[in-house]
Design a protein around this ligand. Sequence first.
Ligand code: AHR
Length: 334
Amino acid sequence: MMRSFRQSRARSFVLGVTFAVCAIALPACKKSTQSAADQNGPGKSRLVVGFSQIGAESSWRTAETNSIRSEADSRGIELKFSDAQGKQENQVKAITAFIAQKVDAIILAPKVETGWEPSLKAARAAGIPVILVDRGVQVADDTLYATLIASDFVAEGRMAAEWLAKKLEGKGNIVELQGTPGSAPAIDRKKGFEQGIAAYEGLKITRSQTGEFARQTGKEVMEAFLKSAPGEIDAVYAHNDDMALGAIQAIEEAGLRPGTDIIVVSIDGVRDAFDAMVAGKLNCTVECNPLLGPLAFDAVEKAVAGETLPKWTVVEDRVYDQSVAAEVIDSRKY
Ligand code: AHR
């Protein structure tokens, strides 16, 4: 973090010198050396932030996008939003564009954990802090990003496992719907769940496949599971609510009762999951809070001011099951 502080001071110094030179002799060079915030006009210091979002694969993702957009609005920050349509290469392009536009900071929700070093190095070379939201990355040098604001996905997987182990009294066949391959939540929620059931010899993951965090894919994978192991599935563990909701449809279409014949547990805590719990079709969801806008922009403002940030701000989550769903549903914010 000292390095990024030094970089931002160095950047200010360079901008100061450039400004002096331009003011005296070269008015035409002004635009190419200004940061995006400076271009808002004299005396205006409106921050300009680029946000590279993965896409809109789930209702959780939409809630996160809305939170970041509305927080930028309420702080008077100009947000340059880029939807990568589920492709990492589009996120890489967006970061390159943000750097060219001389934004003051970049918020990145990285699709997968690997492949970010060249982009992060380019941002650092330009003196632009990168704030990671929602998902982490694997890099040799963690000073390449300013901070990560995210839930503890391993803990979420463990909480789901503990709840399910109790419900199944330590015995049963579980099928798993994994999230996007290579993404932090898919890797960590699998790991945490496996840790959580390890103490129960009678609990087995009999099938496990990606449903890409999407409702339709979750449904299709669950249909295949039901066909390949009729009568042998006691529970579904889905890495997110959308896939669980798709699985619920598949279970119903197979003539079974989700929530009763097959126990369903998932992660996110979106509104539709609470509706499904109230209807008795989903048994439990572990919250993963997507309302990251306020924390993200607190971090942006501090990073731009050269402050040192914690490497990871853990967003606290909790477990909700059918026993509390009706009571809390109206207080849910996403
Ligand atoms: O990274 C968070 C995960 O991504 C959410 O659980 C899921 O719904 C989303 O697509």
